[in-house]
Write a protein that binds this ligand. Structure first.
Ligand SMILES: [Fe+2]
Length: 422
């Protein structure tokens, strides 16, 4: 499964963080999307994206000026299985391998990686794999240069010394971590997902080579694809949405609708893999600016409590949240539904019904059940999930309206019952 990918991070403090969208734009999004005129915003995406079949073999040439001795950060199996590790090692004879990253990387693992990086004298970090290794690579890049444990750096811009450069090589299509400045870390003592964010954590290069994702199993393809879609939808719904992100987000919807079922059905279809890798990267660019919304914050409870894949957790929560969002930002949700293959007008009723139908269509075509009960969600947990999340106000900063505790509990329950009950 993807770990928390980029999402669920505490959304950026827009007003206190100069390079992020201005509050005026956020207010506009909160008032509704029907106002005319261009509000102010910022768009910062410093990652150099290199896309193409076989482009991983250009990594050595691309990174020649960055360093000679990278720390290769991977999971225990997938980077090997897809052949990426061998292809990178052949280009960097002095590379040092750190292959201990688990799904949902822990602070302890990142600490160990930071120590390994320092001890080996590595000059940059390459994360290869899904969101977990890429996020761990970012954390390790800063821990190699800053004292103490990972926990010390939860939050935004908490590290003072520059991190080592990071290169991201995604082998799944969903996390978008290759184009974000976030590392999502699992804090094990009080189980929770925490985020390290820093402008310099944007990877210097993201190498998108579709040949790397053909070994991804169908269920992982479907789950991670829904994560990418969730980033696009949440990024567009966010109070901090940008006009650039809105354009990209609708394209992500169209791409996912067309190519995700094909990638699930035909794992070796490089055209489908390439389009999904591209969509995932675009969705990463969106949330790098606008953050996610409570879909991610709520989904973490499913992942922490039941080990549910991150993308599946989001998929379960999207229908109730976006049926609700249709009442707040109906024209925007109607555009999402239309891009997902359910054309509709911008009334709240039509937008709500059609976004749910579009998500159900896509899940069906990818072989996913959107009934949380099927994935192990327990009714008896819902009240505590809701009250705990509701107390964590940072998770709601980007939601375009005020949600009550009852709303949150209702959404959890709807995810448990599935969209038929909506
Ligand atoms: Fe995510």
């Amino acid at each position: 499964m993807s770990h928390g990918c980029t999402g669920g991070f505490e959304p950026w403090e827009r007003l206190s963080f100069a390079w992020l969208p201005f509050g005026a734009h956020a207010m506009m999004a909160g008032r509704g999307e029907d106002e005319d005129g261009m509000e102010s915003f910022r768009w910062h995406m410093p990652t150099e994206v290199v896309f193409g079949r076989g482009c991983l073999d250009d990594l050595g040439a691309l990174c020649g000026g960055v360093g000679k001795r990278p720390l290769l950060v991977t999971g225990r199996h997938s980077a090997r299985k897809c052949g990426a590790l061998a292809r990178v090692e052949s280009q960097f004879p002095q590379a040092v391998l750190f292959d201990q990253v688990e799904e949902n990387p822990s602070a302890e693992t990142c600490d160990a990686g930071g120590a390994a990086c320092r001890e080996a004298g590595c000059d940059f970090v390459i994360g290869i794999g899904g969101g977990s290794p890429m996020d761990a690579a970012k954390a390790i890049s800063l821990l190699a240069c800053n004292p103490g444990s990972c926990e010390r750096y939860y939050g935004r811009e908490k590290f003072s010394k520059p991190n080592l450069p990071v290169v991201a090589v995604p082998t799944t299509a969903g996390t978008g971590s290759e184009t974000t400045p976030y590392a999502v870390i699992t804090h094990r003592r009080e189980p929770s997902k925490r985020t390290i964010a820093g402008k310099t954590l944007f990877p210097m290069f993201a190498l998108l080579d579709p040949t790397l994702s053909i070994s991804m199993p169908g269920d992982v393809t479907a789950n991670t694809g829904f994560d990418a879609l969730s980033h696009a939808l949440e990024g567009m719904a966010s109070k901090a949405a940008t006009p650039v992100g809105d354009v990209l987000g609708l394209d992500v919807c169209r791409l996912v609708r067309k190519w995700l079922p094909r990638a699930v059905a035909a794992p070796e279809d490089l055209e489908a893999r390439g389009h999904m890798l591209y969509a995932s990267m675009l969705a990463g660019c969106i949330i790098a600016q606008s953050g996610t919304t409570p879909v991610h914050g709520m989904g973490y409870y499913f992942t922490l409590a039941y080990g549910m894949p991150h993308g599946l957790a989001n998929a379960l929560l999207l229908p109730p949240l976006f049926q609700h969002n249709a009442e707040v930002i109906p024209a925007k949700v109607a555009a999402m539904a239309t891009a997902l293959g359910r054309p509709c007008n911008g009334t709240p009723e039509a937008a709500g019904a059609n976004i749910v139908a579009a998500l159900v269509d896509l899940a069906r075509d990818c072989g996913l059940s959107l009934i949380g009960r099927d994935a192990g969600v327990q009714e008896s947990d819902i009240a505590s999930f809701a009250s705990e999340l509701y107390a964590d106000r940072g998770r709601f900063k980007n939601q375009p309206d005020e949600l009550s505790l009852d709303d949150v509990a209702r959404f959890f329950r709807a995810a448990l019952e599935g969209p038929e009950a909506l």
